[in-house]
Design a protein around this ligand. Structure first.
Ligand SMILES: *Cc1c(COP(=O)(O)O)cnc(C)c1O
Length: 426
């Protein structure tokens, strides 16, 4: 059996059928902004491997950090042991995240970071003698991961709540924010959220949202005032605010963290994806001193969570190198430049009958089609055109590595233009 057949027959890939899977392309190398396929084709990467590879592939500084750490030690248990890479990483995360987030829980994936955030919120209220506060509230169209507690706060339709109805906890959902990022703020947008909180705050532990950019739940870019208003509502109704910045963190939206657009600090923040520059799986849940201390008063007195690979030293070392690159600051020129070019080159797609909307924020470009995109057909065209773009649903979207050059970005936008013209002509 050759690789393609074996893969198709035996290996699960994300979000595809086990009976009739979408085609997979075999990668043999990746360098800078390019993926190299087994046939030698070089593809300009428009996805940053799902928001993660912000500095591109095979980066000398990240490679060096990994080599150095693996020659020292790759991993030791975090129970009762600690190490410099973890201490450096947590120091950096506390420094660069919004004020007040002083405690770091290192988790092994974004979904786990969300589980940890939810568990913290519930345990915090239980320890305050408010054990009836066990529900969460989230705007619709959110995405927070694929594990069960995370799934239960994802958009009820995208998150397929009906399929898992009996095993998912039922939470509260407010309508998704409607005021777009660049529109005039309409304060009514947050009224439904206020109404639910007014009525149910005694039962609600936390409000969870993805600030400003709803990612996998629809690639929606919404107004920072909505985030600000949610912060105020949380204060008013004694509910913790969890900001899931797993996709938006580390500069992607033009600010280091998306909640800076709203100038707020959450009580709990989840980071992941770009944390290790796309090298290794690692995530972090940060919280305030108040949440951390409030979680550990009374019984059981400890926070009951501890993944085997918690604080993995290899991942910490690479994360440190990745954050150092971020701190050098090139992203502050790169992101506005990418944003400007995306706006210029994607705008004309608005004239297409088949296109519903084009939107851009930072290094994120989204083309929403009126109908579902045929992923297999469009990817074949993309690969022929020398680019890697992976649409889902009606969305063709790109969030390239920050180091992308203008002519490489042009290749991505031209390929989108070409593919739409070819598959969905007016
Ligand atoms: C990807 C993502 C997650 C889940 O992270 P995994 O590492 O895939 O488990 C959670 N929240 C948001 C906003 C994400 O984009």
């Amino acid at each position: 059996m050759n690789n393609t057949e074996f893969d198709k027959r035996h290996i699960w890939h994300p979000y595809t059928s086990a009976i009739n899977p979408l085609p997979c392309y075999e990668v043999v190398g990746a360098s800078g902004v390019e993926l190299i396929l087994v046939g030698g084709e070089k593809l300009v990467d428009g996805m940053s491997s799902w928001w993660a590879a912000v500095h591109g592939y095979n980066h000398p500084a990240l490679n060096q950090a990994a080599h150095k750490q693996i020659d020292a030690f790759a991993h030791v248990m975090f129970g009762g042991l600690t190490h410099q890479p973890a201490i450096d990483l947590c120091r950096k995360l506390i420094d660069i995240t919004p004020d007040g987030l002083n405690r770091v829980f290192l988790a092994d994936s974004g979904s786990v970071a969300v589980e940890v955030a939810i568990k913290m919120a519930l345990q915090y209220w239980a320890c305050q003698g408010r054990s009836q506060k066990v529900k969460l509230i989230a705007p619709r169209n959110g995405y927070h991961g694929d594990t069960f507690a995370a799934m239960a706060v994802c958009d009820p339709i995208n998150g397929m709540h009906s399929l898992f109805q009996k095993s998912l906890v039922e939470h509260f959902f407010a309508p998704a924010p409607q005021t777009q990022f660049d529109q005039t703020w309409n304060a009514d947008d947050v009224l439904p959220m206020r109404e639910i909180l007014e009525q149910h705050h005694h039962d609600i532990a936390a409000l969870i949202l993805e600030p400003v950019v709803q990612g996998a739940g629809g690639m929606r870019l919404y107004h920072p005032e909505y985030v600000k208003a949610c912060r105020k509502l949380c204060d008013e109704f004694n509910v913790l605010l969890i900001c899931d910045e797993i996709a938006t963190g580390f500069g992607r939206t033009g600010k280091l963290f998306a909640c800076e657009h709203a100038q707020i600090s959450p009580d709990i923040m989840c980071l992941g994806k770009a944390l290790t520059g796309g090298y290794l799986t690692m995530a972090a849940t940060l919280c305030t001193d108040e949440v951390a201390e409030g979680t550990c008063v009374g019984d059981p007195g400890v926070f009951m969570h501890g993944p085997t690979y918690m604080g993995n030293a290899l991942a910490c070392a690479v994360a440190n190198a990745s954050i150092d690159l971020i701190l050098e600051g090139a992203w502050q020129q790169q992101i506005p430049r990418i944003e400007k070019q995306l706006l210029e080159e994607l705008a004309i797609l608005n004239d297409f009958e088949s296109v519903a909307d084009v939107r851009v924020l930072g290094a994120i470009g989204v083309v929403e089609m009126k109908q579902q995109v045929n992923v297999a057909d469009i990817q074949q065209i993309f690969v022929e055109k020398g680019v890697w773009i992976r649409p889902f649903g009606k969305l063709i979207y790109i969030m390239p590595p920050y180091i992308i050059e203008p002519e490489q970005l042009k290749k991505l936008t031209s390929a989108i233009h070409f593919a739409i013209q070819r598959l969905y002509p007016n």
